[in-house]
Design a protein. Structure first.
Length: 488
């Protein structure tokens, strides 16, 4: 047992009959080295982009609470990297040390995402954004070279336009050999009307493009390119310090739920935008937000379809209102004024007081995904979407609860260690902490196997067939994939 009461990670791993895949670890890029490498790889544009991206948090922390409140700047994280635990700090900084420690952590194979680099694809300046993403991908490939039997990094794919995404996908996969890609999903856009009518003000107002629905761009060519290159897109978007998470004084207020909020927005758009209908052979992952929001989204999509599908919505069509009978009720139970208004036909169009339908091309909000029965929703949502879950989140069990999820579904929860960040005080405790779901009777050993291993195999290897080739989990992954997925 460890000092905090958890089982030793090595001992726990030895008891299991399956490997453990970390679907979302993190490394802490060492900025002095990264800066010089970016200068070599991408020149001035990359160095300028790195300065822009890495100064956002310090710039916020330099302000007083009053100044942040005046400017509506959200409080950012301070003291956010391991410090007292110097071994974990070094592990997060140095890929070879992370590789060496994996057995101590109880992890067989790890997919590593950026820390500073999580924001690189959101830079507004196109020149800087393209340079910084390209430089990161070359830099990370070099830093993790020789470790791919147990650790692989994720490439950063900018998504402000489909063209830039396709170009970077081609380079990252074909030239650098990446098998994991992190796709941008909340693109900051200017409001067109303001740009035309008040250009100075337009610089201060943004909306967030969720890519799958109502985007000014058609991103289907990006998904087609992912299919061609055989890579499964993963989203690691956050919504911290924007909209309803913009406290100038409290970082936890801004941080709690922000990954879930971002994942919810993008997954909902991808589904309602019909992406999983048009690309049924692609898998999509939404990382670090847990799975509770996904269970709610899945249930809500079904519930709303039952009430708002094209046939069901006819029950609220104002033309279906029997005004004569309504007048009878009004005269019997209402005031004289109400009866008089009803007799004149005033205000009878419903809550919106209008018969208008907003110029929709189809009154069925689900028309892009062609839903005919609620089982279609299950088939388009459950097998295609995967959700990164941190070890200390008890709601992870919800994914496996067939009694709670509509139509007996099990959602695809992915074990995501989040090592390298402030919410992991001791890397060696993460796997034992995840196993507490079994110890507390919330999931069984088969669920745990799916959570810690099989779901990750399915997410990547169903699309990237050779994802685990020449890795320590190659044989086990092949056997798991050959046995087929458990019934969703």
């Amino acid at each position: 047992m460890t000092s905090n009461g958890h089982m030793d990670a090595r001992k726990l791993h030895a008891r299991l009959n399956h490997p453990i895949i970390d679907a979302d670890g993190h490394w802490i890029e060492y900025t002095p080295v990264m800066r010089e490498e970016f200068r070599r790889i991408g020149g001035d544009a990359a160095v300028e982009g790195l300065a822009t991206a890495t100064q956002r948090v310090p710039n916020s922390l330099k302000m007083s609470v009053a100044e942040r409140a005046r400017k509506r700047v959200g409080m950012e994280a301070f003291w956010s990297s391991p410090s007292e635990n110097v071994l974990d700090r070094a592990t997060a900084m140095l890929p070879r040390l992370m590789y060496e420690r994996l057995d101590d952590l109880g992890i067989d194979f790890s997919v590593v995402y950026p820390t500073a680099g999580l924001s690189f694809h959101r830079l507004q300046d196109t020149r800087q954004r393209r340079a910084i993403c390209r430089s990161y991908n070359v830099f990370a490939a070099d830093q993790f070279r020789g470790l791919s039997d147990r650790i692989i990094p994720a490439a950063i794919i900018p998504m402000y336009t489909p063209e830039e995404a396709i170009e970077e996908l081609e380079f990252a996969v074909k030239q650098l050999g990446y098998k994991v890609v992190m796709i941008g999903g909340l693109m900051r856009r200017r409001v067109s009307a303001l740009e035309e009518e008040a250009p100075d003000a337009s610089k201060l107002v943004e909306w967030y493009d969720v890519i799958g629905l109502d985007s000014p761009h058609d991103y289907d060519p990006v998904w087609a390119k992912c299919r061609e290159l055989k890579v499964a897109p993963s989203f690691h978007n956050g919504a911290r310090s924007i909209l309803l998470r913009n406290s100038p004084s409290n970082f936890c207020y801004n941080h709690i739920g922000h990954f879930a909020s971002a994942g919810h927005a993008v997954a909902k758009a991808m589904f309602l935008g019909g992406v999983t209908r048009r690309f049924p052979d692609l898998n999509f992952a939404f990382l670090e937000g847990g799975v509770g929001w996904a269970c709610m989204l899945y249930a809500d999509l079904i519930g709303h379809w039952e009430k708002r599908n094209r046939q069901a919505i006819e029950s609220t069509n104002p033309s279906k209102l029997d005004r004569a009978r309504l007048l009878e009720f009004a005269r019997k139970y209402g005031s004289e004024a109400a009866a008089e208004a009803v007799s004149r036909g005033e205000g009878l169009e419903g809550d919106s007081n209008s018969k208008l339908t907003g110029g929709l091309e189809d009154l069925d909000d689900y028309f892009r995904c062609k839903i005919e029965t609620k089982r279609d929703i299950k088939e388009l949502f459950v097998p295609r979407f995967y959700f990164g879950c941190e070890a200390d989140d008890p709601t992870n069990a919800w994914a496996f609860n067939r009694k709670a999820n509509p139509m007996g579904a099990r959602l695809n929860a992915l074990f995501s260690s989040d090592v390298g960040h402030f919410d992991v005080p001791d890397m060696a405790d993460v796997v034992p902490e995840a196993y507490e779901l079994v110890e507390h009777g919330l999931i069984d050993d088969n669920d745990f196997r799916d959570f810690m291993f099989t779901n990750a195999v399915r997410f990547w290897a169903e699309v990237t067939l050779d994802c685990f080739r020449s890795t320590v989990v190659e044989k086990a992954a092949g056997e798991a994939l050959g046995q087929g997925a458990r019934v969703a």
